[in-house]
Design a protein around this ligand. Structure first.
Ligand code: SAH
Ligand code: F3S
Length: 454
């Protein structure tokens, strides 16, 4: 049996695409291996959202030279956003690459691998595939308890720093009934939690390929209602077996009252929202093309907290966007102090090809970006510690995801997406447990069980 090693860089969309690639290759007789040195086929599923992510690919590719020596023929493929961005340039830059496959071409992966191994000719396929999205393809999911489910692809926004619209194309939604069917199937296989994936889930419903009478006969091709996403959530909330629903990512500009209402009303929809703020300065938000002001963002988070008590909000922050002054940066720190996010991802601005911000004149020096990044992280550490300590003594519902047989510990997540460790038996995986929190750790909580199985 041939073995494939798949390494994924970047976001959840890439994680999901890797599951699809694994499914397609399994259908061709490949088995997955965790040992890169034993693989017949190595695939890097790549991210190009920041330069650092790109560098990671090139160092990983450098290491494949060792595996390509010797008698065994090893094929190396590059998929994902760098593949889409670079196309045939990748073949020139990295002589060890045999196959480059774009973000919309996954369906062709088995045929391309076959072709390359037969002919020995290096191949590139990054032309947009009209048959994309590829939600009907088989997949091998990484876990049984939680699953990623694509609901839309691409992004129609034009944030001036972001390469995603270039490498992932325009927004396209997946038909509602196909999503509901997939989630029902997952529930039948024992999955308890689904995370709905899209670059901008609030736009769900836009460019849905066809209408059905199933649930939204008023939605016609090319048009959509801002409340399509809330309607999808309501339908999924009725799926037996599924205990929890999450989604990522929501755009602050489009966070609608309907979605906030759905979060307040639907019992399975978890009290967690990832809502990227990027900056606390209106000047910078305007230059980023984000379409909201800090006051507007704050208003939405307040409304959300009012309607959904205990909701955990996480965010993304970019420091050192072109033209960001000390004063702009101070606004970001003030925003973090005022909103008090449960967690955040902070990034140094990284100029990306094909993006307007890369051509802006007043780029911020690396040392300043680094210093600002550290200040954001330090401030967030203090805020998170305080928020986490507030959970001690509280009773929370945990979905058990993993067991560590070495120490008899279970790990699961709260509805707010906080990690909790507690002692328990491995057969509790997949169950909901009521846990009392006994200790706040750096980025997680410790607790102990209160009741038996629910
Ligand atoms: N809507 C998307 C955003 C994708 S990019 C989603 O589903 O999450 C994820 C995050 O990377 C962005 O929110 C932003 O904070 C960061 N990012 C994007 N482009 C960047 C760049 N050029 N430099 C630094 N950070 C960037
Ligand atoms: Fe990127 Fe902005 Fe879309 S961050 S993915 S262009 S919403």
């Amino acid at each position: 049996m041939k073995r494939v090693y798949i390494q994924t860089f970047g976001c959840q969309m890439n994680e999901r695409d890797s599951e699809v690639m694994a499914g397609l290759l399994q259908g061709e007789g490949y088995c997955l291996t965790r040992r890169i040195d034993q693989a017949d086929l190595i695939i890097f599923n790549t991210c190009s959202v920041r330069d650092l992510a790109e560098q990671k690919l090139y160092s990983a590719l450098g290491r494949t030279k060792d595996y390509k020596q010797g008698n065994r023929r090893v094929l190396v493929g590059v998929a994902g956003c760098i593949a889409q961005q670079e196309g045939s340039r990748l073949l020139k830059r990295a002589p060890q690459v045999d196959l480059v496959i774009g973000t919309s071409n996954l369906r062709r992966l088995p045929a391309l691998v076959e072709e390359v191994s037969r002919s020995g000719c290096r191949t590139v396929e990054t032309e947009r595939d009209p048959g994309y999205p590829h939600y009907d393809l088989p997949s091998v999911r990484a876990t049984g308890v939680r699953a990623w489910v694509n609901i839309m692809y691409g992004c129609d926004k034009a944030c001036t720093f972001c390469i995603v619209p270039h490498v992932r194309g325009e927004e396209r939604s997946r038909p509602m009934e196909a999503i509901v069917e997939e989630v029902r199937g997952l529930a039948g296989q024992g999955c308890r939690e689904v995370t709905l994936l899209g670059q901008n889930v609030n736009s769900y419903g836009k460019r849905e390929p066809r209408t059905t009478e199933f649930c939204h006969s008023s939605v016609v091709r090319g048009e959509y209602s801002r409340e399509s996403f809330a309607r999808l959530l309501k339908l999924l909330n009725d799926t037996p077996g599924i205990a929890r629903i999450r989604f990522t990512t929501a755009h602050p500009m489009d966070l609608s009252p309907g979605l906030i209402g759905a979060m307040a009303d639907l019992p399975k929809l978890c009290e967690h929202l990832h809502l990227p703020i990027q900056s606390g300065s209106d000047r910078i938000l305007r230059a980023m093309g984000r379409g909201y002001t800090y006051a507007g963002y704050l208003r939405k988070t307040r409304l959300l907290r009012e309607r959904v008590p205990g909701v955990a909000i996480s965010t993304d922050v970019i420091v050192g966007f072109p033209g960001e002054t000390d004063e702009d940066f101070t606004r970001t720190l003030e925003a973090l102090r005022e909103i008090r996010f449960h967690s955040l991802f902070a990034f140094k601005y990284s100029p990306r090809p094909f993006t307007p911000a890369a051509a802006m004149s007043d780029q911020v020096p690396e040392a300043v970006k680094e210093e600002r990044l550290q200040r954001v992280l330090q401030l967030q550490e203090t805020i998170a510690r305080c928020l986490y300590e507030g959970y001690v003594g509280k009773f929370l519902e945990i979905l058990v995801e993993e067991a560590d047989p070495a120490n008899g510990e279970l790990t699961g997540r709260t509805r707010g997406n906080l990690l909790v460790h507690f002692p328990g038996r491995a057969d509790l995986i997949g169950s909901l447990q009521r846990i009392v929190i006994t200790q706040a750790l750096g980025h997680s909580l410790r607790g102990k069980g209160v009741h038996g199985r629910q």
